[in-house]
Write a protein that binds this ligand. Structure first.
Ligand code: PEP
Ligand code: MN
Length: 359
C-alpha cells in the first residue's frame, strides 16, 4: 500500500490551490442546503459537504434528515457542478449514498475507531471508484487510522484520502480536538502519495481559530481543507459555534499562504544545504553526548548493584529536572520541551540500570 498512488483523483482535478471541501455540518432542509451551495459555487470549493446521518454524542439532538436529504445533494450537483460528500457510518448508508450518486464518502471519527463498522462499509462499497476519505479516529491511535484506510484498500478502493480532524483529550485545551500534528505527519511520511486534508472546524470547535489551524496545515503541506460553512451559522442545528459564512471562507482562502514544496533559487538551495550540514553535525554531537551520558549511567548502575541500592533516586532526579528546566529557559528552550526530553532520557537511563541490576 505504501507505494500506491492514491492521488490520482486529486491530480485529475488540476487545482491551482489547495482542495476545498465546504458546506454545512448537517443538511437541515432543501432550502438551507441549496442556499449554502449557491453561495459556495463561485469560490475555491470543489466538493460540497453536508452531513445526512449525524453521529451525535447525546441522543435527542438533531441526528440528521437521513435518506430524505440525498435528493437535495443531487440538486446541488445539478445546479452548481460541485461534487458532493456525505458521511457514511454503515452498509445501509453506503448503499443509499451510492444510489444517489454521492461523489465522496467520508468515514467519521466515531466510525473509524471501530474495525467492525469500517469493514462492513468497505465490504458494501467494494471496488467503488468513488472517493473515500477516512477521518482520524477520535483517539490518537495511528494504527487504527491506518488500519481503517487499509480495509478500504484491501477491498479494491484506491481513490482514497485521509482527513485530520484532531483527537479527543481529557486535558483542558483551547481546541475541541487537539491537533497532535505529529500523527498526520507520520501518516504522510509513511504514505507520501495519500492525500491528506485538514478539518480545522472540528479541531477548533470555534470560528476564531480556523484561519490559524488552516495555515498550519498548509505549512505542513496538507493537500486541502474541509471547512464547515453555513449561511446562518448561529442558527445551525449542529456545530453552530464552529461554522463560518461562505464570505468568511472566501476571505480565509484569500489570506492563506500556500507554501512552495521546496526552495527553488540556487542561492537559497546552497544556503539551506549549508544549514543542513550544520544540523547534521549537531545531531552527531547530540548522539555522541547521549551515548557518553549513558555510559556514566551504566557505571552508576554497577555501583547501585554492588551496594544493593534502588534504581530510582527521586531527590536526585528532581534536582536534575529543576536545574535543566532553569538552564534551558535561560537559553530560550521551553519548559515543556526540556521536560519531555529529560523525562525520556531518565526513562532510558532507568531501563539501562534495570538491565544491569537484574542481569
Ligand atoms: C462532521 O464532519 O460533521 C463530523 C461529525 O465530524 P467528525 O466525525 O470529525 O466528528
Ligand atoms: Mn460537524
Amino acid at each position: 500500500m505504501e507505494n500506491t498512488n492514491f492521488r490520482i483523483w486529486l491530480d485529475k482535478m488540476e487545482l491551482n490551490h489547495p482542495l476545498v471541501i465546504a458546506g454545512p455540518c448537517s443538511a437541515e432542509s432543501e432550502k438551507q442546503v441549496l442556499e449554502v451551495a449557491h453561495e459556495l459555487k463561485n469560490t475555491d470549493t470543489t466538493i460540497f459537504r453536508a452531513g445526512v446521518w449525524k453521529p451525535r454524542t447525546r441522543p435527542g439532538t438533531f441526528e440528521g434528515n437521513g435518506a430524505k436529504a440525498l435528493p437535495w445533494l443531487l440538486k446541488v450537483k445539478e445546479e452548481t457542478g460541485m461534487l458532493t460528500a456525505v458521511e457514511i457510518a454503515n452498509a445501509q448508508h453506503a448503499k443509499l449514498a451510492l444510489e444517489f450518486d454521492v461523489d465522496v464518502l467520508w468515514i467519521g471519527a466515531r466510525t473509524s475507531v471501530n474495525p467492525f463498522a469500517v469493514q462492513e462499509i468497505a465490504d458494501a462499497i467494494q471496488g467503488t471508484d468513488k472517493i473515500v476519505l477516512v477521518k482520524n479516529p477520535i483517539n490518537p491511535d495511528p494504527a487504527l487510522w491506518i488500519g481503517a484506510i487499509e480495509r478500504f484498500y484491501k477491498m479494491g478502493v484506491t481513490n482514497l484520502g485521509a482527513i485530520h480532524r484532531g483527537f479527543s483529550s481529557f486535558r483542558k485545551s483551547k481546541y475541541r480536538n487537539i491537533p497532535s500534528w505529529q500523527i498526520p505527519i507520520d501518516l504522510k511520511t509513511q504514505y507520501p502519495l495519500l492525500p491528506i486534508i485538514n478539518d480545522p472546524s472540528h479541531i477548533c470547535g470555534n470560528r476564531e481559530g480556523i484561519f490559524e489551524v488552516s495555515q498550519t496545515a498548509l505549512n505542513l503541506k496538507f493537500d486541502g481543507l474541509m471547512i464547515e460553512t453555513h449561511c446562518h451559522p448561529d442558527d445551525a442545528w449542529s456545530d453552530a459555534s464552529q461554522q463560518i459564512k461562505p464570505v468568511r471562507l472566501v476571505e480565509i482562502m484569500e489570506e492563506l499562504k500556500v507554501r512552495k514544496p521546496r526552495f527553488e533559487r540556487e542561492e537559497s538551495v546552497s544556503k539551506l544545504n549549508a544549514f543542513r550540514k550544520e544540523i547534521n553535525e549537531k545531531d552527531d554531537q547530540l548522539l555522541e553526548i547521549l551515548a557518553e551520558r549513558m555510559q556514566i549511567v551504566a557505571n552508576i548502575g554497577k555501583a547501585k548493584k554492588e551496594s544493593n541500592v534502588a534504581v530510582l533516586q527521586n531527590t536526585r532526579w528532581n534536582e536534575i529536572l529543576q536545574k535543566v528546566v532553569e538552564k534551558g529557559e535561560e537559553q530560550g528552550l521551553t519548559q515543556g520541551f526540556i521536560e519531555k526530553i529529560f523525562k525520556a532520557i531518565h526513562q532510558e537511563s532507568i531501563a539501562h540500570q534495570e538491565k544491569i541490576i537484574n542481569g
